[in-house]
Design a protein around this ligand. Structure first.
Ligand code: PLP
Length: 152
């Protein structure tokens, strides 16, 4: 019954053979936390300084977040072992892709593992991000693309 239920949920979300659906408790906050666990950057906060000293620069994740993130998609990253880089707004009120590209070039040249965790839609203004363009940019620099779809 569990498999049947998870296949049904996956089908409803448009998932195919190449997709995985991972249940991780309730809500987007739990999903973001699960992602951080999978990346190996989530730990008891008391150990942060000690663990950071054990990492080489090339082992430390750079996580890009957007200009209108819910606190679930920003605070937990800041408390993790990742270096968090916030991308600001452009003139249209969307994530500034020019600056993003420069930052990606910089961190790629330093051989850093890269992941972007962007809100697919602002829960304050309703502005939607171009998730395809953000993904393409991240993939171009070998990064992983993740989105918080809680408000879309
Ligand atoms: C954009 C966005 N991200 C994350 C969350 C947190 O979601 P949850 O309460 O499902 O953990 C919310 C909740 O409103 C949200 O609007």
């Amino acid at each position: 019954m569990v498999h049947e239920a998870s296949n049904y949920v996956k089908k409803c979300l448009g998932g195919g053979k190449e997709d995985a659906i991972i249940f991780c408790g309730s809500g987007s906050t739990a999903a973001i936390k699960r992602l951080q666990e999978v990346m190996g950057i989530s730990f008891p906060s008391i150990l942060r300084d000690k663990l950071l000293k054990c990492l080489t620069n090339e082992e430390r994740w750079v996580v890009f977040v957007g200009p209108y993130e819910h606190h679930s998609n920003i605070l937990s990253w800041r408390q993790s072992l990742a270096e968090v880089v916030e991308i600001g707004l452009d003139q249209k009120g969307l994530p500034d892709t020019e600056t993003f590209k420069h930052q990606l070039e910089f961190y790629k040249s330093k051989n850093r593992p890269i992941l972007g965790s962007f809100s697919a839609c602002s829960n304050v203004t309703g502005i939607c991000s171009d998730t395809h363009a953000i993904s393409r940019l991240l993939h171009q620099f070998g990064g992983f693309a993740c989105f918080d779809f809680a408000a879309r």
